[in-house]
Each structure stands twice: as structure tokens, then as C-alpha cells.
Design a protein around this ligand. Structure first.
Ligand code: 5GP
Ligand code: MN
Length: 336
């Protein structure tokens, strides 16, 4: 709590001198990025600050319900408006990412206007791009950190809506309270959110029970394509462009698919390769259990990063080359 207090005091001091804020989460935002942004947005608005959220690109449809404010725009769809908002701003919050690379081309716009940056994040090895930062890799979600910051600034301003956003981010980034970074403190926060009147059943349904019929079929293809690297406890699956097109793939449709591999007995690493339509890259997601550090793996072999048990990266090679490189890298990584 000490660190939160110190950060919150510094933040309070900064806030007392300004009236216009911007909040930016990472590209392809998930419920933690959007939830922490929306929660902080409402909180800052209640403090009387004119606040806007700028998303690097549009969020997946299944998270549409999290955005019902006019003050959220995406750089991808509104570059001019983004520049205007940035010019009007006095400080910029960056939420749920540790490197400017994670917001794509929007990072250039931020370099251009040169405003103080305040970073709140829980990814390992943060780059030093901000003026004030709260980086806590030992915490399971950015929402948990933002909640503690808001609580130490003014607990009374945390309403049902803020609590709903915070719950959503904690829920998804802890894998529904099961990943190792879930703590008693996390559950204590959840209990405080219940006191704010959240409807947890409704939140779970909105986030998880949202499959389209096509998405269910895409999951069946994902599982059908599952392969195992013998002796390593590694499974992986590949979704090719044609398969994605056949099932009318939309951004976010494969969310959570990579986790299924970890349900298999003896499997400690699960990986999904998704060929991107339009772009010549293959997006990769890594998930692991126990001490297997897929953050290191993603960083070393696939231009990526993230957390110890959940990371991502990409490949510019063909599917075939990527698969070959992946198998040999895994063997090298496990010292075989
Ligand atoms: P996902 O597999 O859900 O896209 O991402 C899992 C985690 O890895 C997230 O915390 C995300 O921030 C991180 N991550 C995903 N893709 C990349 C990437 O290309 N680069 C880096 N540095 N981190 C990534
Ligand atoms: Mn997060």
C-alpha cells in the first residue's frame, strides 16, 4: 500500500494543476486495458478533469459493451481528432503496456506533442518512456493497480460503474482468479467491488458467453489442428487464413482459445499461431504453467514479450518456416 500512497500523492499534486487528461491503453485492447481506462476515465471526470480515451485501434466487438461514452475514440478511425485531443491535453496516462511499441503508430503522435506521461502497468521489464510511473509486475492486472490508486486518492468516488470495469479487468487477467498472481488482496478488492453493487454474473456472461455460431466452429478447428511436441509438454495449433475466412473471423474471435491446450494432462505450454489477413505476419500467443517463462521465450525468439505465463509475439516468416523455427526454438529453450 505504501507504494500506492506515494504514487497517488505525486499524482494528486500533478492533477491539482491541470484540467485536461488523455488515457491510452495498448493496441488490440483486452478487458484489462479497456476496464482500467474506462474506470480511470470516470474517476478523473468525477474529479472535474476533462478526459478523453484514445485507443490505438478499435476494440473487438465482444468488448463493445465496455465503451458507451462519447469521449472514447480510436486513432485508427480518427487520426485528425486524435491530434486535436492530444494538443488540448496536459498529461497522458498510458495504461496496461510497458513499451511504446505496444501502441503502434500512435506513439509517433505522442512524441510530436511532448506531454508528461504517467504510466500504470503490470508487465515485466518496463521501458522508461514516462515521467511518472507505477510498474507492478507482481500484480495480476492493471485494473487492480488502478483500483488501489483511485482508492488512495478518493474511495468515495468509486461507484458501481467503475467497480464493474475494474472487476472485468481483474476477472480476465487473472484467468477468472486462477493464475498465480491472484492473491488474497485481489479477493479483498473483489469483496469491496461487491459492496459497490456489481452484478458479477452479468459481467461473466458478457465477457465469456458471447460466442457466435461461427466462433464455436472456429474453436473446433483450433482443437482439431492441435499438435504436440513429444517429450516437452508443449502443444500448439495453427489457424490459417482460409480457415479464419471460412468461419467469418472477426477480431477477438480467438480470444481464450490458446488456454484450452493447458487443460491437457502433462501440458505446460500452449501456443496458437494465427495468420493475419491483410498483413504478412503471424500473430502468436503463448501460455504456460509453473516456472516456464514464455515471456523470455517470446522475447528471445518471436519479437514479443508479456508475462511469465502469458505472452505474445509475431513472425514474418511463412507458416511452415514459423512452425519449424518454433519447434527448434522450443527444443533449444528446454535445453534439448
Ligand atoms: P495475447 O496472447 O493475449 O495477445 O497477449 C498475452 C500477453 O502478452 C499480454 O499481456 C500482452 O501484453 C503480451 N503481448 C502480446 N503480444 C505481444 C507483442 O507482440 N509484444 C509484446 N511485447 N507483448 C505482447
Ligand atoms: Mn493487463
Amino acid at each position: 500500500m505504501h507504494m500506492y500512497l506515494e504514487f497517488s500523492q505525486q499524482l494528486n499534486k500533478i492533477l491539482s494543476g491541470i484540467s485536461n487528461c488523455i488515457i491510452i491503453p495498448h493496441k488490440n485492447p483486452d478487458a484489462d486495458a479497456l476496464g482500467s481506462s474506462m474506470a480511470l476515465y470516470i474517476f478523473l471526470s468525477k474529479l472535474g478533469k476533462k478526459t478523453k480515451i484514445i485507443l490505438p485501434n478499435s476494440p473487438p466487438d465482444y468488448l463493445d459493451w465496455m465503451i458507451k461514452e462519447r469521449s472514447v475514440i480510436s486513432y485508427e478511425n480518427s487520426p485528425e481528432k486524435t491530434r486535436r485531443y492530444l494538443l488540448d491535453s496536459q498529461i497522458i496516462f498510458t495504461l496496461d503496456f510497458n513499451s511504446m511499441k505496444r501502441i503502434g503508430a500512435l506513439s509517433k503522435e505522442i512524441d510530436n506533442i511532448n506531454r508528461p506521461l504517467i504510466m500504470i502497468d503490470h508487465h515485466e521489464s518496463p521501458e522508461k518512456f514516462s515521467n511518472l510511473f507505477l510498474s507492478k509486475p507482481e500484480i495480476g492486472s492493471t485494473c487492480e493497480i488502478v483500483y488501489n490508486v483511485m482508492k488512495s486518492i478518493n474511495d468515495k468516488l468509486i461507484d458501481n460503474e467503475i467497480a464493474t470495469y475494474i472487476y472485468s479487468g481483474i476477472l480476465t487477467d487473472t484467468g477468472s482468479f486462477r493464475y498465480p498472481l491472484t492473491t488474497g488482496d485481489t479477493h479483498k478488492i473483489i469483496s469491496e467491488l461487491f459492496k459497490k453493487g456489481i452484478n458479477h454474473t452479468k459481467i461473466h456472461e458478457r465477457i465469456y458467453d458471447n460466442f457466435t455460431f461461427e466462433k464455436a466452429h472456429l474453436l473446433s478447428v483450433t482443437l482439431k489442428n492441435l499438435k504436440k511436441i513429444d517429450n516437452l509438454g508443449v502443444v500448439y495449433t495453427i489457424l490459417k487464413k482460409e480457415e479464419l475466412e471460412k468461419y467469418n473471423f472477426k477480431k477477438g474471435d480467438t480470444e481464450g482459445f490458446v488456454n484450452f491446450g493447458l487443460r491437457i494432462q502433462g501440458i505446460l505450454v500452449s501456443v496458437i499461431f494465427i495468420e493475419q489477413s491483410g498483413e504478412d505476419i503471424i500473430k502468436i500467443s503463448f501460455r504456460s504453467k509453473k516456472n516456464i517463462d514464455v515471456n523470455k521465450f517470446a522475447k528471445k525468439y518471436f519479437n514479443g514479450g508479456g508475462h511469465k505465463n502469458a505472452s505474445g509475439g509475431f513472425s514474418n516468416d511463412s507458416i511452415l518456416e514459423t512452425e519449424k523455427k518454433f519447434i527448434s526454438s522450443m527444443n533449444e529453450f528446454f535445453g534439448i
